[in-house]
Design a protein around this ligand. Structure first.
Ligand SMILES: C[S@@+](CC[C@H](N)C(=O)[O-])C[C@H]1O[C@@H](n2cnc3c(N)ncnc32)[C@H](O)[C@@H]1O
Length: 245
């Protein structure tokens, strides 16, 4: 594993005392999408991220944001940057006095996000790994994971979910939007799977299993509301964080 550089200026960025290492799966599987500077230049196009989601970017973004609220109050955490206007749209919904924190493990992604946001945006950026968020228990009223889990190996995915649930207050919401196995009649079920297997090998886990598989043991099923989109190729979970037992 190599060390990330911590060259971030201007917008305040919280960094852990020691720089996070780049997770192996990011370096090995996703260097072409997130790590390489040319990747960021290439993918940071709204039309392209929309194309990658088969024209569903706006719909999925709005579904995630609506699950947080038409106006979003309190403290909100976005776990991992997203190409396109996801964070700006979320920031637009913030009520006065509310806050939005965004974490990512790559300085290049945080820098890219900072460049996209207006200077007035009430957004703080934090260099953290999703499996080791440097926030106290129950810091946030809600958190959102938009297309992160499919990129992570199963053990990392489980740790990300555990951390997200830890930092959201009991009664708060964790909103997850990600891939899902489409219906048998969906042409993309057959055409898209080989592409996913080649480019995003961990994503197929989300076709084969429910996300609940990676929630902590005994997580109450009645705290989860699931909805599918686009013939089942995408899913949204709205998870209400239970009180500690
Ligand atoms: C949210 S996902 C993909 C979202 C979507 N496909 C898009 O258009 O950007 C991509 C981001 O996740 C970040 N990421 C991946 N693994 C991470 C981890 N363990 N901790 C924090 N951020 C992570 C990457 O650095 C990248 O910025």
């Amino acid at each position: 594993m190599s060390r990330v550089s911590s060259k971030i200026s201007a917008i305040p960025v919280t960094e852990p005392a020691q720089s996070n290492a780049i997770p192996r799966y990011l370096e090995q599987t996703y260097w072409w999408a997130y790590v390489h500077p040319r990747a960021v230049q290439f993918f940071e196009r709204q039309w392209l991220v929309n194309l990658i989601l088969w024209g569903n970017f706006n719909r999925l973004r709005e579904a995630a944001l609506d699950a947080l609220g038409r106006k979003v109050g309190g403290n909100t955490l976005q776990i991992a940057c997203v190409y396109g206007n996801f964070t700006a749209s979320l920031a637009d919904r913030l009520e006065t006095e509310s806050s939005l924190d965004v974490v990512d493990v790559l300085p290049i992604q945080l820098n890219n996000l900072r460049a996209k946001l207006p200077a007035s945006a009430r957004v703080s950026l934090h260099l953290y790994d999703s499996t080791a968020l440097g926030f106290s228990d129950g810091t946030y009223d809600q958190a959102v994971l938009f297309f992160l889990l499919h990129e992570q190996p199963a053990d990392v995915r489980a740790r990300t979910l555990k951390e997200a649930l830890r930092v959201v207050k009991p009664g708060g919401r964790l909103v997850v939007v990600d891939y899902h196995r489409p219906g048998w009649w969906h042409p993309l079920r057959y055409l898209f799977e080989p592409v996913l297997r080649a480019l995003e090998p961990y994503a197929v886990d989300l076709w084969n299993h429910e996300i609940t598989r990676w929630l902590p043991d005994g997580f109450p099923a009645d705290h989860i509301v699931k909805k599918n989109f686009y013939g089942g190729l995408y899913q949204q979970l709205v998870i209400t964080v239970p009180a500690p037992s």
